[in-house]
Unconditional design. Structure first.
Length: 127
């Protein structure tokens, strides 16, 4: 029952994130093993990477691995609030969701997005 409630909460989180800005392409939640737990694409969006392709979750997993490398600096620099990876065709944002840092909100944005404003919206409205 708890797992079902958690899954529902994470799904709602993805929907709320998608509704924050029309430039959000995808919102999902990944666990610390790199498994995509839930995810939702913007309506009428043609994904750059096919959802059946393993690379779709790997793009966020690669961003997650990079985030984990940076965790070594937290004791000196403070907690990581988010990580940003900017590609030519898309911008990926990875945000730790909880204190245990075992779940991550993964967001894909259109490249022309003003991501600093969107990140602020996410922290204020969703997290």
């Amino acid at each position: 029952m708890f797992k079902e409630k958690e899954n529902e909460f994470l799904h709602d989180l993805c929907i709320k994130t998608l509704k924050l800005d029309r430039r959000v392409r995808f919102a999902g939640v990944m666990d610390d093993s790199g498994k995509l737990l839930v995810g939702k694409y913007r309506k009428n969006l043609i994904p750059l990477i096919s959802p059946t392709d393993e690379e779709s979750s790997n793009s966020f997993y690669t961003a997650y691995q990079s985030l984990m490398l940076k965790k070594n600096f937290e004791s000196h620099l403070g907690d990581i609030h988010f990580q940003l990876t900017e590609f030519e065709k898309v911008t990926l944002i990875t945000i730790p969701l909880n204190i245990r840092k075992n779940k991550y909100l993964c967001i894909s944005l259109d490249p022309e997005s003003q991501y600093h404003k969107l990140i602020s919206k996410i922290f204020n409205a969703v997290l």
